[in-house]
Every structure is written in structure tokens, then in C-alpha cells.
Design a protein around this ligand. Structure first.
Ligand code: SF4
Length: 360
């Protein structure tokens, strides 16, 4: 099956699962049915683009904030200095993000994953996302900034989907994210369940928490707390510490357990990143399935490959898809290389820096 059709099928599958898991939530169902219809049209636009030789990815990752209120151990964004304690003057304006969201909609993009730093530090950009209901925005948040007003915003604008980061149980989460953070996250989840909001969690999977986060009791505790979506994100040794990284055996366990948990919790959506990228001929970076936009507008192959030859402060998404760097990464099949840790491009820094140097 062509990659575009495979990814289109994946989007339809996510919506079918979300509708199934929201059977008793009228407000959410109304939103999901409308969104599923809109996504069919977006998939058709991607097919038409493909026929014209322009592959439009269904996903974008947008790191909209440089600021974060936490100091998590091994934070990837702090390790590469894209996350700091105050907002960078280089951050793109909310208006410019709004324009890019509207361009993404016109191109046929389905999901824009919002990340950071802490994305809730950019309420102005969240407002622009709320104004683009045709796009779905999974918001990867540390879950500690959900004031009543913020909860009300997400409740009203159901295309903003909270995805709360956690590391496993209380001890594992507090050890990495700070004392008491697990309690704050559980309170946020309780408030969201109280409002009947569709929300998820994102777990960075390492050798240390693999058994905990794949345990029936852990997943059932999330389900009982009203969580409907779990992202298992494979650890990337950003700060050079490869010890906790999963090996092939661990990956096989992750894939097998995911299947068993899916059978046990049919009304939960369980996704893993990068998941079984091999089935798709390698990683989906550099526009194959997604690309990353950093907080100052740089179009990058992936959050774990922070290199760019085009700025979206004035360039278009269409230009980025056509950028020399993305094209050369795709043409040289960097995405298909074997690798340690959850990213194919991360270990290929030198090769990508060489590609960039050749452009100057
Ligand atoms: S919440 Fe996210 S961005 Fe903030 S310090 Fe933790 S890992 Fe880094």
C-alpha cells in the first residue's frame, strides 16, 4: 500500500477508535463525527497533491513555546537549549502560527501536535489553534498549568486534545519531573474526566519503566481516570545517556504487549512512536509523514534532528516540503538506517550537518 494511503488509513483508524471510546459522551461524539467528515476531505486533498507529485504529510509537530515551568531530568528540549526559563525573543508570533495553521488546513494536513517547552505557556497560539477547528491539535503538556480558565478553553474547543506527559507510577514520575508532580497530574486528569473531555497521556518508554507502563493495572488505572489515548514514545538518548534506551528485544516486548493491552482495553487508543516504522520503510521525518517546526519558525526534519535550511517566519509550509535539506534526506534514505534509541536521524548528526554545509 502506498505510504499516503497507509497514513490516510491510520488517520481514519484513529477517528474510528476515538468515536468507539466516546460512545457515552454526546458532546465529544458530536465533535468527533464532524471532525471525521472533515478529515475525509483532508485525506482527499493529500491524495490529489500526491497525484501532482507533492507529498503532503498528515501530521506536523509544532514546538510553539521555549519557556517551561518544570526542570525534568534528561529533558530533551533543555538539553539542546530550545527550552529555557523565559520566552525567547525569537519566538514566532501567534498571528504567524495562525497563518501556518490555515495553510496546513488548505494543504490537507490533519493533525498538528503542539509541543515546546510547555505549550500552555503560549495561550495566544492556543487561541489561534482553537480558531482552526478543521485541524486536530494534540497538545503535549506537562499537565501542571490547567487552571479553571484553561480547562474551560479545552472543554469548549474540542479540537485541542490534552496529552499529559508522565513517566509511569508516582515514584517514576516524581523522580524525573519533580516532587509532587504526579499528584498535580492526577488532579488535572480528574478535572478533565469530570468535564467529559477526551484526553491522553504520553509516556517516554525506557528500560527502567517498561514493565510498569505495560502492566495491565497501570493501563487500567489510566482508563478508570477517564484517559482514552496513550502514546508510548521511545526514549532518545538526547543527553548522551544511552543506558535507558530500548534494544530490539525491548521493542518486541513493547509491540507485543501493546497488542495484548489493546485486546484487553478495546476502547483505548494505544499508539507508539516511532512504532513499527520499519513497516513504513523507515522513519516518517522530513515530510514523509510529518516534519517539525521549532519555536522560532525553523522547519526541521524531526524534533530530534534540529537542523533547518528554511524559516517559516516568511517561508511557506509548501516551501519547507520542497526544501533542499528535506529532499536530500528523503533521497538518501537517511530514514531507513538502523539505530539505537527511538530516532533514526538522531545518530546521523554528522551526515545531516554535511548536507547543510554543502548548501553554503
Ligand atoms: S515539561 Fe517537558 S519541556 Fe518542560 S522540562 Fe519537562 S520535559 Fe522539558
Amino acid at each position: 500500500m502506498e505510504l499516503t494511503e497507509y497514513l490516510n488509513e491510520s488517520v481514519v483508524h484513529i477517528f474510528r477508535e476515538a468515536i468507539r471510546s466516546s460512545q457515552f459522551n454526546i458532546k465529544e461524539l458530536r465533535f468527533l463525527h464532524r471532525a471525521a467528515k472533515i478529515q475525509k476531505e483532508a485525506a482527499q486533498r493529500r491524495r490529489e497533491s500526491d497525484a501532482l507529485g507533492v507529498s503532503v504529510p498528515p501530521f506536523l509537530i509544532a514546538s510553539i513555546a521555549t519557556r517551561c515551568n518544570l526542570h525534568c531530568v534528561g529533558c530533551y528540549a533543555r538539553a539542546n537549549h530550545t527550552c529555557i526559563d523565559q520566552s525567547s525573543k525569537e519566538e514566532m508570533s501567534a498571528e504567524r502560527w495562525g497563518e501556518l495553521f490555515r495553510e496546513a488546513r488548505a494543504l490537507g494536513v490533519s493533525f498538528v501536535l503542539l509541543a515546546g517547552g510547555e505549550p500552555l505557556e503560549r495561550e495566544d497560539v492556543l487561541e489561534e489553534a482553537a480558531k482552526t477547528p478543521e485541524l486536530i491539535f494534540p497538545v503535549f503538556t506537562n499537565g501542571t498549568l490547567f487552571t479553571p480558565a484553561m480547562l474551560e478553553r479545552f472543554d469548549r474547543h474540542r479540537n485541542l486534545i490534552p496529552v499529559i506527559s508522565m513517566e509511569g507510577d508516582r515514584q517514576q514520575t516524581d523522580q524525573r519531573r519533580g516532587e509532587g508532580i504526579f499528584e498535580v497530574i492526577r488532579r488535572t486528569m480528574k478535572n478533565m474526566a469530570g468535564l467529559g473531555m477526551f484526553y491522553g497521556v504520553s509516556i517516554t518508554v525506557t528500560k527502567d519503566n517498561l514493565d510498569t507502563v505495560l502492566d495491565d493495572a497501570f493501563i487500567l488505572s489510566l482508563k478508570e481516570a477517564g484517559c482514552r489515548l496513550v502514546f508510548f514514545v521511545e526514549y532518545v538518548p538526547a543527553d548522551g545517556n544511552a543506558e535507558p534506551a530500548l534494544d530490539e528485544k525491548d521493542r518486541a516486548v513493547l509491540e507485543a504487549r501493546q497488542g495484548e493491552l489493546k485486546a484487553r482495553c478495546p476502547d483505548m487508543i494505544l499508539l507508539s512512536f516511532p512504532g513499527d516504522e520499519k513497516k513504513l520503510g523507515g522513519c516518517l521525518a522530513a515530510g514523509r509523514g510529518f516534519f517539525h517546526i521549532n519555536a522560532s519558525g525553523g522547519a526541521e526534519p524531526c524534533p530530534f534532528s534540529p537542523y533547518s535550511d528554511i524559516s517559516l517566519k516568511n517561508g511557506s509550509l509548501r516551501d519547507a516540503l520542497d526544501s533542499d535539506l528535506f529532499r536530500k534526506i528523503r533521497e538518501n534514505h537517511f530514514e531507513a538506517q538502523d539505530h539505537t534509541g527511538g530516532c533514526a536521524l538522531f545518530p546521523q548528526k554528522a551526515e545531516i550537518e554535511k548536507l547543510l554545509a554543502e548548501q553554503t
